[in-house]
Design a protein around this ligand. Sequence first.
Ligand code: HH2
Length: 400
Amino acid sequence: MFNAHVLELPEARDVNQALQAVGVQTQGQPILRRKGLFRIVRLQGVGYREALIAKQEMLGAGGDAATPKGTVEFTSDEGDVILLGTPQHFKRFLSKMKHQPFRSATLAAEVEEALTHYDREAYVLRFPEAELPLSRTVVMGILNVTPDSFADGGEYDEPQAAIDRARAMVEEGAGLVDVGAESTRPGSDPVSAAEEWKRLEPVLAGVVDQVDVPVSVDTYKPETAAKALDLGATMVNDVTGLRDPKMIGLVAQHDVPAVLMHMLGEPKTMQKKPEYDDVVADIVRFLRARVADAMEGGVDPEKLVVDPGVGFGKTAEHNLQILRQLGAFRSLGRPILVGVSRKTFLGRLLDAEVEERLEGGLAAAVLAAHHGAHILRTHDVKETVRALAVADAILGRGST
Ligand code: HH2
């Protein structure tokens, strides 16, 4: 008996370990590793000429390509293409594609970039006076100084209560604290920059002074972000993905990390029938464009974190699809932040009120980490830190 069993080795380092365990010669390891992984890359809007060339070259390389019927029959101008192969197949494919006509070279460049980004492991967020390695999943503790946030609205009216909560979250293991003074829950009304700052200032001053982890400000208003950065916040969490060009200028000028989140529409109306062609592909496209815009505005790409924005203009099914396919966002080559804590889709799944959503939130957080999330934004810091410590250990994260 040979005890045949199928191995589960999703990442390059998993394949490496398995090869080492067998005792493969050192020179043979990189060659075998390129054959031991399998990647599937989707492309959109591919013209029939490039699609046919891609099919031919991928087959020639030993992999395969799925092309739409209409493209092969020349009845549609363009469509989606899916490339399937090992890194070895992709290497051969790319070297051939680069010399093919039409938009083949551009297609090859995009595929190469997506694959390199997808397999990137080491991310470090650099703050003015600190560095945060993301080799282990980091927990961002939420502090809402609002009367109307859906989970903790009105709990921290007194600045000291808010500051104490921030300190407690850091003691519980939060690597970041995110302070917000305007609720963006579905149906919420916007507040003025003056009101936002009135709520934020006393709390932020104390939090920055008393906690020793980087403090982020959850705002999409450049006036508020500017004041917060002057007061000592060192990160901007913008639920509109730095939509306001002034925000881009500010982040570039201060050279601080920033979260680019996806939201469809605005909080007041975003849950009224949100629709996508393909929720994951549409959000990848949006975030890619926002990263490019920020870079054009002078932001160091290494400072950017992307976030698909669970619950922001998404049905429960959209949120599940995002979490199931979270790995696709790795193609952007930026750390991924996810916020699932106590959100409505958990309530729907569990038929549970806000205060009864802890276990569901932990399940979602652990699976998000498994699919590539680097930062989890949560109200339940202690529980999430513990759950992720176990998840990270199982995933072998932080041990390399
Ligand atoms: N979710 C909320 C607020 N800000 N920022 C990022 N980057 N990602 C998120 O998922 C996210 C966010 C909404 O949650 P919460 O802060 O709990 O509620 P409210 O907006 O009502 O204050």
